[in-house]
Design a binder for this molecule. Sequence first.
Ligand code: GCV
Length: 719
Amino acid sequence: MKKTAFFFFFFLSFCSLCAEDGYRLWLRYDKISDNALLQQYSSQLSSLLPAASTPTLQTAQQELQSGLQGLLGKQIPLQPALANGSIILGTPATSSLIASVVPARQLAAAGAEGFVLQTAVSSGKNVTVITGNKEAGVLYGVFYFLRLLQTHQSIRPLAFTSAPKIGLRLLNHWDNLNRSVERGYAGISIWDWHKLPDYLDRRYTDYARANASIGINGTVLTNVNANALTLTKDYLVKAAALAHVFRPYGIKVYLTARFSAPIEIGKLKTADPLDPAVQQWWKQKADEIYSYIPDFGGLLVKANSEGQPGPQNYGRTHADGANMLADAITPHGGVVIWRAFVYSNETPDDRFKQAYNEFKPLDGKFRKGVLVQVKNGPIDFQPREPFHPLFGAMPATPLMMEYQLTQEYLGFATHLVYEAPLFTEVLQADTYAKGKRSEVASAIDGTLEGHSLTGMAGVANIGNDRNWCGHPFAQANWYALGRLAWDHDLSAAQIAEEWIRQTFANQPAFVGPVKAMMLSSRETMVNYMTPLGLHHIMGYGHHYGPAPWYNQAPRADWNPVYFHKADSLGLGFDRTAAGSNALAQYKDEVARLYGNLQTCPEAFLLWFHHVPWNYKMKSGRTLWEELCYKYYTGADSVKQMRQTWNGMKGLIDEERFAQVNMLLGIQEKEAIWWRNACVLYFQTFSRMPLPAGYEKPDQSLEYYQSLRFPYAPGIGGNL
Ligand code: GCV
């Protein structure tokens, strides 16, 4: 046995003894335990034709070799001669065989980034081809192929083409240069800025592998609450080192730009976007960035929001600011992603309305190469929000979706909440922008208005915790973002199933119950935190736990009381014409649906109506009774989740079983805390008794109000 092969085997057998600590994510590649299937795959895959020696194709080849080695428990040799069971990797440009075997129309359908998996007979041999027009497509194809094996699917015959529906599929890290992570709950930042550029942690490569495996093709390394130093030479060199690691995986690096950088690091007196010296400064900065990172993706900007500087400091608009940056960046091939998450302290209007009010009039004023990134809902990543009214309302502007993977408002990394149902609920919402069937998904993928520049981003939930995301199940949210950005027609159930099979086990006895638990987990969380359309009632600042009573924040719209508006008459924010009239920002069909108490889905009721306590709900219960019902059902459902998980003992490794078990224990306690605190608080307004049969809270409202959490994680701190 050759020395390298020996070490490889040694490594694999060592790995099988390794703790299941979650580090391998969904790329575990453990040997297939079903012998019949193993034999079938082994007979179908015998050797690998050496791929061309480019970085991406070599990366794809290595991934395929190590994946198959793990899954089949044997090495698949590199063999130039075609044999039965050969695998051919490459593009039509690197392998003439591919062009002869794969139908041209399939390659055409794969587009620039897609892939084709094709079984065929070539020179009398049964072969499997993994190809794409570009090399990144081949890598995506390899990961897809390995997923088929990991999830025990058939690999013969194959005639499968897949192309991403969305162009920019990004993670947004809210990571600071001091390695704190704003709203991060999985340790400190994975970017070790101090040791970069010379020390390249193995994690960077595994991060790139994980992202490429789900089609993510870009990463914004730094916090949107930006530090101007990010754009200095010292940090650009560090970012360039990361870009170098990510490049073979088809992943581009992006950075956040602090709008006042020309003053802070450029020694200019102003950052006015219409000032020629400022424009020149950004042009030179862009030239410098591209001298270090030739394929730099672009800049992400949070401006005039929550204290960040921006063009409005100089009486200019968001478009003025974005266009100035676009003039500097787009000639190099990059983009400017300008966030629409803005709300002004001076505007006494409903916070719901502010992004629309500021951005809608700017439609058509942004230069080519600018995308406006819009959060999924109008407030701020709440457990449930109606879709953001900007979707479908800016036809001339490419709008990019921003989701939050990190669970700032969803129980941090201690609660098991599978977010794909939240993501798909928004994507499937109908904006009616061009009549019925104008779903948010079509506004994002460009088909609604014919945009070719498209994007979807997730605020990352990744830190340096061994298992990356803090909670073993939080990995599923990272996974789901990538899968949905690639194909938003996938269902939450389908994504959950493939994630479970790769991450844990293929046995139906495990997959079935765990999938059901994941799929209901988001609704469960909504029920015990913010049922019936309540929103923004969490603790102040750190956002941990319930605090619907809080009203001491320096600005009104940071206070829970601003959002729930509980009083002796009822509960909820009236956003109809009689109230803030935020509903007018939607198309008539949507405004009518939500605006009418009878037709408004109860899940959104308190988003749009101030509802009397004794209002009769569809269940026949009063609002007060329904609220109690939801809170109690939510907390009970967590108990059931624990039971489900207990039933999984022995079906997976003890280590992750125990971790999830402990975390569910915390989740159950916290669900009861949410329930008790909220029910007791709202009862002071409804003045109605707890419906019969419900266990009384074991603590007083005063007790819950007295709780303090000065060291709750995630606040960040951009030193
Ligand atoms: C990065 C919320 C969060 C902030 C975050 C902000 C944003 O307000 O609490 O931490 O700042 O959203 O998205 O910009």
